[in-house]
Design a protein around this ligand. Sequence first.
Ligand SMILES: [Zn+2]
Length: 142
Amino acid sequence: MKSNFVPHPNLAGDGRCRICDFAYSTLVPAEVAQHRRYHARYLAACGSVGAPMPTAERESRRQAGLAVQFNERIPLRERIAAAERWLEAEHHDHLAEVLLYGVQRLDLREYFTKHVEPSRLSSFENDVAAELRLRYSDSFVA
Ligand SMILES: [Zn+2]
């Protein structure tokens, strides 16, 4: 498992957590314990604002979002709303990567523009994909 400890370049044992930004020394057990408590509270705080949503919730929204696509009996507006739930789940996967691996955080619009279109829009019918582009893409030109 990848360590979240970012060591100080010059001071042995000193560093900070890449996720919660808590500075501590790995050589001082009390500080290690302090970090563990702080880290747990940090994750709880992130969860309370819903970012990123838990893995199971993301997967559930992703599946629900995809399930209604290509079903002509479901109105376009509902298929678009479902596609937005799929997109939200995908974006929260990205937020989880930010939290775990420190990749640069992208807002929904940046994420959509860089990582979703055009390749992954093939999961949606053209009318739904076009509406997502209109709402979320920076590169869309009417
Ligand atoms: Zn931490």
